[in-house]
Design a protein around this ligand. Structure first.
Ligand code: KIV
Length: 262
């Protein structure tokens, strides 16, 4: 998969399927199952590290996780999130860190949250040969600014700003834009007004593709069930019963059996 093919999918009308991945073993399964883009999201801060927010994860930690996903990817494009603090200080530092991510992890592209305030950095990254995925709407790295994870751009003024930001990201050379938790009608409006594909999460069915957090859609994250999330499996229950079965089998000495011994 290449960023050029992702762009072509918008023209041909084929929907883009993106899922997060944070490790080699699960990324292999996700890649084999035919996902177009593996996103090493900074949601790793929550999912892998157990933090409340995405803010604490570092560039070194994101590079470490991305390497495993890159080794697993035979077919999918690997996009790595640039973590909070790695691209906001100034354009030089942003480009240096994006190049570091690509060089040290092997990611095909990076993702950054934000609009007009980071468009200069995005332009410089694209010029340097680093493909960039934008991210607008609910941007979890700005949680302290917004004070929560509610629906974004409900009012027309914010919607207009979001459309303008999407156009700027498109012009700056983003090969796709993630739209998170915004009204479906607005996501469709953005999708019609930009040349690059849009990939929605909690943004309805009018985008060029969809993304979900892998652990959420597999039903591993039991406490988290927002309206937009469909659980395609309920693996938490399977894991609980497998582990309980293992513990019971160890305790009652039925594991290992003679056949399982050398
Ligand atoms: O970090 C992440 O998992 C993301 C997706 C929710 C799009 O940015």
């Amino acid at each position: 998969m290449t960023t050029t093919k992702i762009r072509q999918m918008k023209q041909s009308g084929e929907k883009i399927a993106m899922l997060t991945s944070y490790d080699y073993t699960l990324a292999r399964l996700v890649d084999e199952a035919g996902v177009d883009i593996l996103l090493v999201g900074d949601s790793a801060s929550n999912i892998v590290c157990g933090n409340q927010y995405t803010l604490p994860i570092t560039l070194d930690e994101m590079i470490f996780l991305t390497r495993g996903v890159v080794r697993a990817a035979q077919h999918s494009l690997v996009v790595a999130d640039m973590p909070f603090g790695s691209y906001q200080v100034n354009e030089d530092e942003a480009v240096r860190n994006a190049i570091r991510m690509v060089k040290e992890s092997g990611a095909d592209a990076v993702k950054l949250e934000g609009g007009r305030e980071i468009v200069g950095a995005i332009r410089r990254m694209v010029q340097a040969g680093v493909p960039v995925c934008g991210h607008l709407g609910l941007t979890p790295q700005s949680v302290n600014q917004f004070g929560g994870y509610g629906l974004r751009a409900k009012e027309e003024a914010e919607a207009q700003k979001l459309v303008a930001d999407a156009k700027l990201l498109d012009e700056a050379g983003c090969f796709c834009i993630v739209l998170e938790k915004i009204p479906a009608a607005l996501a469709k409006r953005v999708t019609e007004q930009v040349s690059c594909p849009t990939i929605g999460i909690g943004a309805g069915n009018g985008t060029d593709g969809q993304v979900l957090v892998l652990h959420d859609m597999l039903g591993l994250n039991q406490g988290f069930k927002p309206k937009f999330l469909r659980q395609f499996a309920h693996l938490a229950g399977d894991i609980h019963s497998a582990v309980a079965d293992y513990v019971a089998s160890v305790k009652d000495t039925s594991f290992p059996s003679a056949e399982e011994s050398y």
